[in-house]
Ligand binder design. Structure first.
Ligand SMILES: Nc1ncnc2c1ncn2[C@@H]1O[C@H](COP(=O)(O)OP(=O)(O)OP(=O)(O)O)[C@@H](O)[C@H]1O
Ligand SMILES: [Mg+2]
Length: 278
């Protein structure tokens, strides 16, 4: 028996600014990747390589030029309107900047209850689910009556994670969810992502430019470069012994705590030339 992946992206092409008047920019050049149930797949690559574009296409936030996106075996490539709204309970997102994505005029309790109430859950049931979720992300119960501005970056990211999880999605697109946090907070939030995945079986597409971060959380990793996946494989392999020259440069550029190893890396990095066309 073959198990079907939860998410399959096939040969995806995304053009921005596609209109008769404007010339377009091709941000993705035929990207294929899949994510199994309960799996974390990392997307790494430098700024502008197309990581967020891929995440946005899965969320239906940018139109697809060609290729397909399948979710649970269903073609969602061009899902709009009611079909897209139904998908929102299955595919959620956590962004880098939780403050920008949390309505500052709403209490945390209302932020978390809103998607449930909007989809027909009673207020009582919603309040119960919210309390459970707050507990899950390790926030104190009294946060419900408070506003996002009263919290630190790490706590706000916990609120954003709770909001993504409260509808019990099967996939969360995590777009640089720890990049804005200090190292200690980063580590605690990564632990939380790992624990939530273990407890709920949710899948993550985990976007990061930091190989160290994806090494800790991702089962598999895909390396993006200029709108293409240049290398993909087991997280351990890609983050320790990448084969493609671009992935190697990325590895050399990621900081390590040991100064001797860091110096060795710097030398090795200098020895690697810019990759030619891939
Ligand atoms: N709305 C848009 N209109 C036109 N071009 C865009 C748009 N959004 C992104 N791009 C371009 O598409 C390319 C890929 O961008 P994308 O945001 O996906 O990169 P990224 O890998 O997420 O980068 P970062 O690490 O900086 O977040 C970049 O060249 C970017 O300038
Ligand atoms: Mg991005």
């Amino acid at each position: 028996m073959t198990t079907q992946p939860l998410l399959t992206v096939e040969d995806l092409v995304i053009d921005y600014g596609h209109s008769r008047k404007k010339s377009s920019f091709r941000a993705l050049h035929g990207v294929s990747v899949d994510v199994a149930a309960g799996e974390c797949v990392g997307l790494v690559g430098e700024s502008g390589s197309g990581k967020s574009t891929l995440g946005k296409a899965i969320l239906g936030l940018v139109p697809v030029t060609s290729g397909r996106i399948l979710f649970g075996g269903q073609d969602i490539t061009h899902a709009r309107g009611a079909a897209r709204r139904r998908l929102a309970s299955s595919i959620q997102v956590v962004f880098q900047d939780p403050y920008g994505s949390l309505d500052p005029t709403m209490t945390v309790g209302d932020i978390l209850a809103e998607p449930l109430v909007a989809s027909g859950t009673s207020k009582r049931e919603a309040a119960k689910a919210v309390a459970e979720m707050i507990d899950r992300v390790r926030l104190p119960g009294n946060v419900v009556g408070r506003y996002p501005s009263e919290f630190s970056g790490g706590q706000r990211q916990r609120i954003a994670i709770a909001r993504a999880l409260v509808r019990r999605p099967r996939l969360i697109v995590c777009d640089e969810p720890v990049s804005a946090l200090d190292l200690t907070t980063q580590s605690a939030i990564i632990d939380l992502f790992i624990e939530l995945q273990r407890d709920t079986g949710v899948s993550y597409l985990f976007v990061s430019h930091d190989l160290g971060v994806v090494r800790r959380i991702c089962h598999r990793v895909a390396v993006m470069y200029r709108g293409e996946i240049v290398e993909a494989g087991a997280g351990e392999t890609i983050t320790r012994e990448p084969a493609h020259p671009y992935s190697r440069r990325l590895l050399m550029a990621s900081p390590v705590a040991d100064p001797v190893e860091q110096a060795a890396r710097r030398q090795a990095w200098l020895g690697l030339r810019e990759p030619t066309a891939v």
